[in-house]
Design a protein around this ligand. Structure first.
Ligand SMILES: [Cu+2]
Length: 72
């Protein structure tokens, strides 16, 4: 199990938070998604078959590109 935190500055309202949590949450292998509007951070816990690459690709596709990784 891996937990990563991404910086996603394109999130600007509750709808964005909902969309990001729902879309990423539907990726197979993703255990939990917590998006925070104030900090623009998304914390994702996942296992295979999900991967950082798949998560980043998905976020780019739904117009919420990852701008940085906050390492823990
Ligand atoms: Cu929004």
């Amino acid at each position: 199990m891996t937990t990563i935190t991404y910086n996603v500055p394109a999130m600007h309202c509750g709808h964005c938070i909902h969309t990001v949590e729902m879309e990423v949450g539907e990726l197979q292998g993703v255990q939990s998604v917590k998006a925070d509007l104030d900090t623009k951070k998304v914390e994702i816990t996942f296992d295979a078959p999900a991967s950082e690459e798949k998560i980043k690709t998905l976020l780019a596709e739904i117009e919420y590109p990852v701008e940085g990784l906050i390492t823990l």
